[in-house]
Design a protein around this ligand. Sequence first.
Ligand code: ADP
Ligand code: ZN
Length: 642
Amino acid sequence: MGNNSNFDNISFSENPSVQPGKYHSPTEALKVLFGYDSFRPGQKAVIDSILTGRDAFAVMPTGAGKSVCYQIPAMLLPGITLVISPLISLMQDQVKALNEAGVSAAFINSSLSENAFYETIKKARQGLYKIIYVAPERLVTEGFLELAKSVPISMVTVDEAHCISQWGQDFRPSYMKIVEFVSRLEKRPVISAFTATATETVREDIVCTLGLHNPFILVNGFDRENLFFQVEKPKNKEQYILDYISEHPGDSGIIYCATRKNVDSVYDLLKSRGVSVAKYHAGMGAAERKKMQDDFVFDYTGIVVATNAFGMGIDKSNVRFVIHYNMPQSMENYYQEAGRAGRDGLDAKCILLFSPQDIMINRFLLDHKEMPEMDPADWETVKERDAKRLQSIERYCYTTECLRNYILKYFGENPEKPCEDCGNCLHEFETLDMTEAAKKIINCVYEAKGRYGKGIIIDTVTGAKTARLEEIGAVNYKSYGVLAAIKKNLLKRLMEQMVLEGYLVVGDYQVIKLGDISGLKNPEATVLVKITEEDKLPERSAKTKKISKGMESLTTAGFKLFHKLKELRLEIAREENMPPYIIFSDKTLIDMAAKVPVSQREMLDVSGVGEHKFAKYGERFLGVIEKFKEAYPELSQNGTEE
Ligand code: ADP
Ligand code: ZN
């Protein structure tokens, strides 16, 4: 699309709309545009840095509010802000949300028809947009460069900045074009970069590759307090999911499976039980995929069953649970996928259903992974890295320590104490001293010369009479039968613990090898195993039954009002063909049901109601509230049960 000679040549300066915005301060813009009273931790510092012209790099967990960090300066800076984003759906969503808030924004990517593309460029030249989202591969095309040189660009924002790092989990070669693009501009704009997942190496890589100048760097804690982490090892995963869904009616959730086949079978199962469900994987046609995705995002279906192809770019805020039907390939993947729960800040659950078979599935998937545009020399390194990552998530599944802390430590934080609010912290464990048994296992692994898996080792020490043990000669080991008195599954737990402590190492094909056993030579050393009584426990602790914080605080009448407000939201969503949460989030509706506003002033006091949204929807919501108050005179203002 190089030829753009037919553009109207309207000079930029004649146009008022990209002049300095009408807001006096970031706080004012936050209130007017987004309806929020105060900044969240870190947001203000990033915004201030950008406004003084200093590059910024922020690592903030999903849902922490990254968009505000560049959208507000974009509104306060004089020219245009370009936001580079990897995914079409992400851009469309953001632009929709911005337009809703009254900000003129547009996107430029391959989903635009040629006509729409020229139309957008034309309007951009006329200065009609403050924020333009653009796909990285568009940046250095002639048409776009010409535009970029003819309008004042105040800031370039790189969203999902980890895509520029070869060490990130989803490197995109097209992100390299950003650097070239910036260097071709006459005047270097401020650059801001954002990501939710970045380990130390990736962070350094981002700053260096993007060429950030003395950037202000913010690394916000990775902790997401509203997420409840849990690992389950159910005998029947399907039954677990059915039970979960029936115990949480109406909750929106994502069920991730490792393979398309699993997606299909879980989807069919749920469908056959009358659950409102969609599915999504790369084997489906584009149109069907889009429909399934929209159905979920627009709340036509409550649940989506999907492979990891689903989710990038979905920022549906009211996802109440993310269940992993299989263990994912890394902690990075897990935290990103699980992190799609609870973006609205209300309580949400992240449950990983683990079975040892998941390890096999993942090894297979990694062995068959496609690595486009990868230097063959890097291939081995990447494979090694993948294997390490797989082991880290495996340990997550076995650990009896605080799950939240395990995650935080993985991402480089040093949490001080257990969170007291995760599957493991709330679980009652019995601790056994199994030091002596551990030493016997070590002897057996030594005799086996690191050639066999956990099963053979356990069979050997318990003295099983199998043909396989005869065949490999294990029946003649000194350690054959030395732990015959101990139950097999206890020994399994013991070996998992020994892997966690580094005494044993899991090699290729799951063979068990000796790790560093020097620590065990110390007579004081112990190997403690926490055992669960999973099978004896009929129900999980009360905590897992807890519903979203916000909703709990409503009175019965407030709760009914919340549902009325949701109905209206859905009605408007259908009229405007928008996802409901873009109109107002659940959190906003809960706040509305608690505050029971009866005037514009009171309505603007509700968290998430900005002026533009009030103008669009305020009266209709006030109408519902008024009508509701007639039917429920006992509903008091600020009627929460605190
Ligand atoms: P991220 O991109 O970091 O995942 P978003 O920018 O999508 O997160 O923000 C997550 C949610 O938090 C959105 O619904 C957003 O409107 C809301 N949010 C952002 N900043 C604030 C704030 N200061 N106060 C209240 N809500 C906020
Ligand atoms: Zn915990």
